[in-house]
Design a protein around this ligand. Sequence first.
Ligand code: SPD
Length: 283
Amino acid sequence: MFEFPGWFFEKTPMEGGFTLGAKIEKKLADFHSEFQHIQVFETSRFGRMLVLDGVIQLTESDEFSYHEMFVHVPMNSHPDPKDVLVVGGGDGGMIRELVKYPRLETIDLCEIDEGVVNVSKEFLPFTSSGYNDPRVNIHIEDAAEFLKRKTEAYDLILVDSSDPIGPAEVLFKKPFLESIRQALRPEGAGLTQCETLFVFLPIIKRMVETGKELFPTVEYMNTLVPTYPSGMIGQLVLSKGGSYKKPVRRIPDAIGDMLRYYTPEVHEAAFHLPAFAKRELFG
Ligand code: SPD
């Protein structure tokens, strides 16, 4: 089907009529965990690339935009975040951004697949560099079960999942969003990986509608990531309090100076959606 030896092409039931490809220099890891097929490649254009069940999860060249926006938007919109949970995110990219904040007291990570954590520690040092921070606690467990035991325990819950097929499917369903609501403190917010406007608008619309049944404030932010379908990806913001569209404080220079994508201006811009998406999702 694909006559490009030495290239990787995404193969997923969610491909939507087109696919992404990258030229491979070397295969660094390739194995099946209890949950999924895990691969790490060295690519010629994007540096190292993590692939789960045939789908690109991150590349060394552009993962910073995804992880920075997923973390610094809520960290600078919540009035006083202290305790954060990351669901999924075994590559460590979210943790790397969170540990930049001295104000955080605990950073929990609940990842179902230890294979992702281990392969990232071995081959993706650029994302897994925060794992040694003493505030980080790793729980290898199904997050749907983990969250059922938590009540008003977190200020932010960041769901850094793969696509809604396979191990992550449950994370896109109403009972899981209910568990997020239960586990959040009153001013808290849950952010969930929520696909791309140009390719998966119906999935996003369903998530927005379900979110509105459970949370007083539901918003959607969009970030540019060249190696995701159509070059972008979004997060659904489910807030128990007010809007997350604007930063409520100035990001400390010591953190802002380290970042390559997030700025207060990009924060606000991310919530300005193209007309077709705004109309479809928010009327
Ligand atoms: N279509 C793939 C979406 C993957 C989102 N999760 C990426 C995990 C990076 N930490």
